[in-house]
Design a protein around this ligand. Structure first.
Ligand code: GLV
Length: 326
């Protein structure tokens, strides 16, 4: 059996695969083009993909031997799941193992933007630190502020837990059924308008779907406080990037911490990067050695389980497992 792996991932995953199957590894730093991916995966039984690899029906039709697409990510908006299901291809992901690490990073962005860490740190090597300034780098208090969590899933909850150490009040929205009290004692479920109106920080934790694409646009920014800070560690297209840049430029909101952007990569010349109260990081929220190793291991286990006719730990479309391809 053979698995095509679209980028070098930690040994914790590659090693597991190597022990039992042949591996075709894309060694490039950049994602393979469609033709390169087709050449890499021709005749393979499975794909181990990244969020930068588009997997759709047209690709699978040219790779009829593929039975599993194991994504090295919790998000799977890069994969057309109905197209996979229609072809009996299992789609697997890596939830849980990256929850806490991603929440740490969301909180790191929140703190860094609120307290002007980027601007104040940059001022030192630039030679602008002349003295202690009563009016220099004034940011916003995090403790006691209101945190709006859009999407109270695994990562949203982990962010909520961290906010308790800062005595924050939590408002949240969620697609789930249950109303009323949230996962944390001080969390209150509200509608999006209320959350945007009342929050000092708005942190996004929704998957990218047809419903969430562009969900934070002009109307939403205008509902927010002028002192508000937006944190996005979910997916770039949940926010309208140009409208966000306008809102920051014209003071409609105060700041933003973005680990994800639309497009990715964000061009180095993008006007967002010139705004002092904006921190953009290159989609690294899950990037710790331990977490990436856990993701690699889970992605490998998912793929191997499907190929061995076992139940994979984390399958998005388990209905295909009963009627496995081939
Ligand atoms: C990263 O963005 C992931 O979905 O794991």
């Amino acid at each position: 059996m053979r698995i095509a792996v679209t980028r070098r991932i930690p040994e914790a995953g590659l090693g597991l695969l190597d022990e039992v199957v042949d591996v075709s590894l894309w060694e490039g730093v950049l994602p393979p083009s469609r033709e390169e991916l087709l050449a890499l995966a021709e005749g393979a039984d499975g794909l181990l993909t990244l969020l930068t690899d588009r997997v759709d029906g047209a690709l699978l039709d040219r790779l009829p031997t593929v039975r599993v697409v194991s994504n090295f990510a919790v998000g799977f908006d890069n994969i057309d799941v109905p197209a996979c299901t229609a072809r009996g291809v299992a789609v697997c992901i890596t939830p849980d193992v990256l929850t806490e690490t991603t929440a740490d990073f969301a909180f790191a962005l929140l703190l860094a933007v609120a307290r002007q860490v980027k601007e104040s740190a940059n001022s030192v090597p630039a030679g602008r630190w002349q003295t202690w300034e009563p009016l220099g780098f004034l940011g916003h208090d995090v403790f006691g502020a209101t945190l709006g969590i859009v999407g109270m899933g695994r990562i949203g909850r982990a962010v909520a837990r961290r906010s308790q150490g800062f005595d924050m009040r939590i408002l949240y929205t969620d697609r789930g059924e249950q109303a009323g009290e949230g996962p944390e004692p001080l969390a209150k479920r509200v509608d999006l308008d209320t959350l945007l109106r009342e929050s000092d920080f708005v942190s996004l934790h929704v998957p990218l779907t047809a419903e969430t694409r562009g969900m934070i646009g002009r109307r939403e920014f205008e509902s927010m406080k002028r002192s508000a800070i937006l944190i996005n560690t979910a997916r770039g297209p949940v926010v309208d990037t140009e409208v966000l840049a306008d809102a920051l430029d014209s003071g409609v909101i105060w700041g933003a911490g973005l680990d994800v952007t639309d497009p990715e990569p964000l061009p180095a010349t993008h006007r967002l990067l010139r705004l002092p109260q904006v921190i953009v990081t290159p989609h690294v929220a899950s990037a710790t050695e331990a977490t990436r190793a856990r993701m690699a291991e889970l992605a490998a286990r998912n793929a191997l389980a499907v190929l061995h006719g076992e139940t994979p730990p984390r399958c998005v479309n388990p209905e295909v497992l009963e009627h496995a391809r081939g």
